[in-house]
Design a protein around this ligand. Sequence first.
Ligand code: ZN
Length: 251
Amino acid sequence: MSAPAGSAGQGSSEPAPDGALVLFSGGQDSTTCLAWALDRYARVETLGFDYRQRHRVELDCRAGLRLALERMALERQWPGRLGPDHTIDLAALAALGETAMTADIAIVTRADGLPNTFVPGRNLLFLTFAAALAQRRGLRRLVGGMCETDSSGYPDCRDDAIKAMQVALNLGMEAQLVVETPLMWLSKADTWVLAERLGGEALVQLIVEDTHTCYLGERGMRHPWGHGCGACPACLLRAGGFERFQRLRLA
Ligand code: ZN
């Protein structure tokens, strides 16, 4: 990221020749990852998973976000880079057992310290399906919004877990995939800063208005940081990050 904070885009000259598949849920993090990939790679495709998540509204956000990013791309430095979208039905994940991410139960901390929004193996399965699709599409990079900093404590978001998956996928598929996690060490405030750096105020506003993060799937209320219930762990993280981002902007 060479451009100073606040400037619109890196003005990157030549994109890397590799193609990228972005795990794109329609949330803040994956939308920032999609902009990051568009800024970096000549060919970018997107992948969404329907695992009967309570916040399935995020899936509805995806097409509009892609369209808006494509429009921004045409006007800016990413012309023609956004390729097809893919969705995979993973209803089996919800069938495996009740978690607060897929069933209408209260969000609490489990006895082992993990939140009950944790869907065991979710990101591991996501990466496996993504890798299989990427190989078929001839895309070498997988891009995901997993993050250790400010995270919800999900073990499958940890850097070591992702790196281990990359090794396993490459060994098991005779592939040379690279799993990229540009948000891994960023705070939620840093993620907003990255969005601003990549796409200026237009991208920040797009993320505020049109991405979905709330675990409960609520769109109703519009807060300064976007839509959501304002009380679930995902909303609290997003709100706190946005507040700090605003303070950084004013500093
Ligand atoms: Zn919420």
